[in-house]
Design a binder for this molecule. Structure first.
Ligand code: PEP
Length: 252
């Protein structure tokens, strides 16, 4: 049985004071036992401080991006070793805002995935189609291309410690989540595609859904057989909402 994960992507939000308040609220109401793993991904500048607040708690720490290079003259970039050094265990790669706003290619995302794993950071690989792709019936083609870039560079074994997040671009931050059926269909497709290379890894791979997940729709999404939790944007900034989503993941 795959243990579910709920990851909060704070994006470019928060101040030191707001972060401290959010963490305090999360910890004060955190369930005694959660069947789901939980982590938050604050902006780079706050990682160390949030990591300190989370030390010895059940909430893990992740980053929102990583440089594909190991070190050197790459102004403005942050390496996997640096993320590890400040206590990260996870890192998001290929978030749609990186792919579509900053034009990150499938190949660059795959190199970031490899760079993270080389430093024992668990990458959360985001894949997902734009609305125009879905309308043109190209959802599987796009998702397959994004996934295959990582499989080709890193091999299927890389998914043993990695996590995949299916995030349809049209559902992110829009308030319009995919339906549970739409999510399940793409999650099953991703699992089958991995299974074509290694059935055991496919069965164990955790595939999260992201895109306007809220307390009100989480349970239905997470009840799908191939949905192993969620990557949560806006709702991860509200403790009560995020904990309700965590609870929904823990009961699947
Ligand atoms: C995200 O940023 O990964 C995301 C899923 O955002 P939201 O939950 O706000 O749609």
């Amino acid at each position: 049985m795959r243990s579910p994960i709920v990851a909060g992507n704070w994006k470019m939000h928060g101040t030191r004071a707001e972060n401290a308040r959010l963490i305090e609220e999360l910890l004060s109401r955190y369930p005694d036992q959660s069947a789901a793993e939980c982590l938050v991904c604050p902006p780079f500048v706050y990682l160390q401080e949030v990591g300190r607040l989370l030390r010895d708690t059940p909430i893990g720490l992740g980053a929102q991006d990583v440089c594909a290079e190991a070190q050197g003259a790459f102004t403005g970039e942050v390496s996997a070793a640096m993320l590890k050094d400040v206590g990260c265990e996870h890192v998001i790669v290929g978030h749609s805002e990186r792919r579509w706003v900053y034009h990150e290619s499938d190949q660059l995302v795959a190199r970031k995935f490899a760079a993270a794993q080389a430093k024992s950071l668990a990458p959360i690989l985001c894949v997902g189609e734009q609305l125009s792709d879905r309308e043109a019936g190209r959802t599987e083609e796009v998702v397959a291309r994004q996934l295959d870039a990582v499989l080709s560079l890193c091999g299927v074994g890389a998914l043993e410690s990695g996590v995949i997040a299916y995030e349809p671009v049209w559902a992110i931050g829009t308030g319009h989540s995919a339906t549970a059926e739409q999510a399940q269909q793409v999650h099953a497709f991703i699992r089958e595609r991995i299974a074509a290379r290694d059935a055991k890894i496919a069965r164990a791979a955790r595939i999260l859904y992201g895109g306007s997940v809220k307390a009100g729709n989480a349970a239905e999404l997470f009840a799908q057989p191939d949905v192993d939790g969620g990557l949560i944007g806006g709702a991860s900034l509200k403790a009560e909402e995020f904990l309700a989503i965590l609870a929904a993941a823990g009961t699947r």
